[in-house]
Design a protein around this ligand. Sequence first.
Ligand code: PLP
Length: 437
Amino acid sequence: MFATCKTGLGLKQSIEQTSAYLESHHTHTTQVHNTTHPNTKQQKIHSIPPPRLLGRLPDCAIHQILLFLAMEGGDTTSNGGGEWLRPMDTEQLRECGHRMVDFVADYYKSIESFPVLSQPGYLKELLPDSAPRQPDTLDSLFNDIRQKIIPGVTHWQSPNYFAYYPSNSSTAGFLGEMLSAAFNIVGFSWITSPAATELEVIVLDWFAKMLQLPSQFLSNALGGGVIQGTASEAVLVALLAARDRALKKHGKQSLEKLVVYASDQTHSALQKACQIAGIFSENFRVVIADCDNNYAVSPEAVSEALSMDLSSGLIPFFICATVGTTSSSAVDPLPELGQIAKAHDMWFHIDAAYAGSACICPEYRHHLNGVEEADSFNMNAHKWFLTNFDCSLLWVKVLSGKFVLRFAVGAPLTEEQHVDAAWKLLQNEASKVLGSM
Ligand code: PLP
């Protein structure tokens, strides 16, 4: 298949057609650009030396993109045989930024003219074998993107795109991404950027309220929401938490007995999560969905499978229900599955990755009835909420109410008096927190 695609006439034609289109379009773009900017601004722009991108090789689009982003188009100066990279100054950034926005706006304007589907296996022969060593211009980068990258893009944002599921960003989302990329915040803990963590908590509370999730999913209770990359990660996180809870209850040696239940319409992400979490493959129970009930799973079928497992000495510990299965848009019966999970002290996860956004609309909210019984709930903002990929929202109820503080005593200058003082401070603060609960 690879060889066919590489030499396939269809692909060649597609690239040629796309390139021809883009070339004519580029001429048009330049004209538009010139007419929409006042002369003074144009002169100013031309007086700025063109930013130079790492990658002299004109046919190295992907490297140029990566290095453009990484190196910020630094100029080079000689350094005794070696070369320095100097980051763009702010005026160059301004100029390049405007041109990049123009490029993107033109892409959106012309998006319908591209074939939605591209074919694999064409790029390697268009790119050099090793990374470029010399800088190149932004114009050259744009040319490479037009000629070598766009022909291989599957245009998810095209109005003619009907595959898989909608994964639509929006122009507002794209602008937000620009800002986010500019700040490049590393938010792995509160202190690494309080604004990021706090905004995440606040916005996920807003979302939870829009979806009318139970109050236990709000941050002022013991639960709360957190952004994951994808729904696949979200279900893995939920599964790991459920597994650890079960192992704590039944003992570590019981891993081989833990059983997961889902319908045959459930996204394959769950099965992959089970493999990662060490759930034995024979303990992944795929219950056949009811085709007479719009492919929702029947609670009776789940109960039946569960009874058989119990009688074999296995431990049912996780049920995954879906609101809007990827293949058939089925909605599983949440209240009944929630009751089954509760009766057997199982973790109940709801995967609303695809259709969750729709449930913000009052007329669709009833599909979430039963979410009260869930331990975790996930929806993808990057699917139907006009947010750039990737942004998957996960809410968890499961917290124990216990907090652990790591108090690291290790500095060579620390003496007992310092530890005593810190311990007193901790006790005072803990008393205040406990007093306020
Ligand atoms: N669950 C459902 C119902 C989905 O529709 C999808 C994606 O199509 C997923 C999970 C996996 O989503 P992601 O690609 O964010 O991992």
